[in-house]
Ligand binder design. Structure first.
Ligand code: ZN
Length: 641
């Protein structure tokens, strides 16, 4: 059998090689194939949970959850003890015989399957697992009920099925050792403790895949459902907490001086220091208590996750902002002397204001930026963790990027695990826009394009439409495929459709998918509906392939009062050609070759300007498109032979 297959493969190879040789010879290129919906998406359209125009269907559902969490954090032992009750409602049309719970601390367990180096701990040690008042034990080989932990996932086989419309009440007790350092998105360094993925969280059950039970291996990020949270966190007095949600008991944990300064900060237009470096003591920054512990109570509604940071070394700055008539407090927490961080609150305020005006208003009651532990930045609802000493430029970049994640994927809840570009690509696009405006720096997009273009020539590029754990572990293919390339694709869309239409499409996409779970097709189809165009050629070329773009001017002829520009399309990625002629009096003439010209299989084009006073011709002079060789994009009379 093996031999036959081998012979067949060889014949196929020879045949294929001959064909591809003749194709190269004829200088033909692939015509982008249509976007092919997944079977699950087609099923979803059939069941009316989704539509073909990009909007959710009238039968769209997701499973709402309510978490009541208690955490006791001991900085001394570096342990967290937790208790949870979780109400999980099955709004799906399916009867669930099992529930899947994420135990992401098990990433750190010895022997866990990982694609990133992490600190090893014992993972999440469970001491209680209950569903609807019944204790569940670890499942034995032949028993049908109980729970089974496989890596970062817990599968609970229920005693009684959960029917559509029913709610299950789960209860857990657990503890874990808080891992050291950059772990990779939470952890502690002895002074700062940042807690993400610290409680058992329901996996997402959706209309596309049912239970989404991707292992957390370190690289690929998350997919989470919307939930309400009621959280009590106990820490030593003198320790400040920044968290997702709103603090419900400020007068029980903050000192009178701190409360007064917070009140003053609300009315100021400048950054107010709430706790400075001389005030980091129990009784000065916080209240004191007989036990030496204080319990901070937070609530949050309709968020994907709950995270918090705590330290007794934090300086605390705050500044208010007004978003669509609503006052939102912006906080920064950092250790004194961490360079650039004095401007963190100012940067955060700028970011939230810019993004609110460009997208939709920031939907949450407050925002915190906290310093510590990790190398880069990590997003959580209403709070971001950012590490390291930085320059103004790099701090601004990370602050803006992580805050933009409040829209993608916090507000628009895409599946980061399977389609990382849907949040990272969009966020990178807006971060470049924000940096360009804040620093009036027009090199921001050039830098983004350079990173992609240099990498695209290494032959190791990987297309964005790929599960985030299926990129090579080393190197920058994941970075380029999930961040740079999709950001450049959005900029190219802006170049094709203009700023206004592009913004309209993005806003409609957000409106439609707020607190819901869009698939890539929902994003694609929303754009097509708003622009009225079939964009299969664009999605296929940018998201499913690694085809490079290389438009070139091959010749310019000036004769008989006319200027004719001869254009060659040397790459594989078809785009419209934006041709700009500069006349001797510096006025500009612009023309466009529509993409359809290339989609018909042409490799060359010519375009004529009714003037013989042309001194310069440029293709895409504003650099909207990621052309891998810009040297052949311009022609000038002076350098003409
Ligand atoms: Zn990001």
């Amino acid at each position: 059998m093996r031999l036959i297959l081998w012979t067949f493969s060889l014949l196929f190879f020879l045949f294929n090689a001959r064909v591809s040789y003749s194709q190269t010879d004829a200088a033909r290129r692939p015509i982008p194939y249509p976007v092919r919906y997944s079977n699950a998406f087609k099923e979803a359209v059939h069941h009316q949970t989704r539509t073909l125009n990009g909007a959710p269907g009238k039968a769209y559902w997701s499973n709402p959850t309510r978490y009541t969490l208690h955490a006791l954090l001991s900085p001394e032992t570096k342990m967290l003890q937790g208790q949870a009750t979780i109400s999980y409602t099955n709004q799906s049309p399916d009867t669930l015989s099992q529930l899947v719970v994420q135990l992401r601390q098990n990433l750190h367990k010895e022997g866990a399957i990982r694609n990133r180096e992490v600190e090893t701990t014992d993972g999440m040690q469970l001491s209680k697992v209950m569903v609807n008042g019944q204790h569940y034990m670890e499942r034995r080989l032949r028993s049908r009920t109980g729970y089974k932990v496989q890596g970062t996932l817990m599968y609970i086989s229920l005693y009684q099925d959960l029917y559509p419309g029913e709610t299950a009440e789960l209860a857990f007790s657990w503890n874990f050792q808080i891992p050291d350092g950059d772990s990779p998105r939470m952890g502690q360094d002895g002074e700062v403790f940042f807690l993400g993925y610290w409680y058992p969280q329901m996996a997402v059950y959706d209309d596309i895949q049912g239970w989404n039970d991707d292992l957390y291996m370190g690289n690929a990020e998350f997919y989470m459902d919307y939930a309400d949270y009621d959280v009590n966190i106990t820490v030593p007095e003198g320790w400040l907490i920044a968290a997702t949600g709103e603090l419900q008991n400020p007068e029980e944990v903050l000192s009178t001086e701190t409360l007064t300064k917070l009140e003053q900060a609300r009315e100021s237009d400048e950054v107010t220091t709430i706790v400075d470096k001389t005030e980091q003591f129990p009784g000065v920054s916080t209240r004191t208590s007989e036990s030496g512990l204080l319990t901070w109570h937070f609530t949050a509604e309709n968020v994907r996750d709950f995270a918090f940071g705590t330290s007794d070394r934090y300086v605390w700055d705050a500044i208010p902002t007004n978003i669509s008539g609503k006052k939102i407090m912006v906080h920064s927490f950092y250790r004194w002397g961490t360079s650039a961080w004095k401007r963190a609150a100012e940067f955060a305020r700028y970011s939230v204001e810019y993004l609110s005006s460009r997208l939709v208003p920031y939907p949450y009651p407050n925002l915190s930026v906290v310093e510590g532990i990790i190398g880069g930045g990590m997003e959580y609802p209403m709070i971001t963790l950012i590490g390291g000493r930085r320059t103004d430029f790099t701090l601004f970049s990370v602050v803006f990027h992580e805050i933009a994640h409040n829209w993608f994927p916090m507000l628009v809840g895409s599946n980061e695990t399977q389609f990382a570009w849907m949040d990272e690509g969009l966020v990178t696009y807006y971060t470049n826009e924000g940096k360009e405006t804040f620093f009036t720096n027009d090199m921001v997009w050039e830098f983004e394009a350079d990173q992609y273009e240099i990498f695209s020539e290494t032959d190791t590029e990987i297309e964005p439409m790929r599960h985030a754990d299926l990129f090579p572990i080393s190197g920058i293919a994941r970075r380029v495929g999930c961040y740079n390339k999709p950001a450049l694709a959005l900029r190219a869309l802006q170049g094709v459709f203009g700023y206004q239409l592009f913004n309209n499409a993005m806003r409609l996409y957000i409106d439609r998918w707020t607190n819901k779970h869009p698939q890539p097709f929902d994003f694609f189809n929303t754009f097509e509906q708003v622009t009225g165009k079939n964009l299969d050629w664009f999605w296929t070329s940018f998201f499913y392939e690694t085809w490079p773009l290389d438009q070139a001017i091959s010749e310019v002829k000036i004769e008989n009062g006319q200027t004719t520009v001869f254009i060659e399309d040397l790459g594989l990625l078809p785009m419209p050609v934006l041709v700009c002629a500069t006349l001797q009096d510096s006025s500009l003439l612009e023309k466009e070759i529509p993409v359809e010209h290339w989609l018909q299989g042409n490799r060359t084009a010519e375009i004529t300007f009714e003037s013989n006073k042309v001194k310069k011709v440029d293709l895409d002079p504003q650099h909207f498109f990621p052309d891998i060789n810009r040297k052949n994009n311009s022609w000038s009379l002076e350098s003409a032979p």
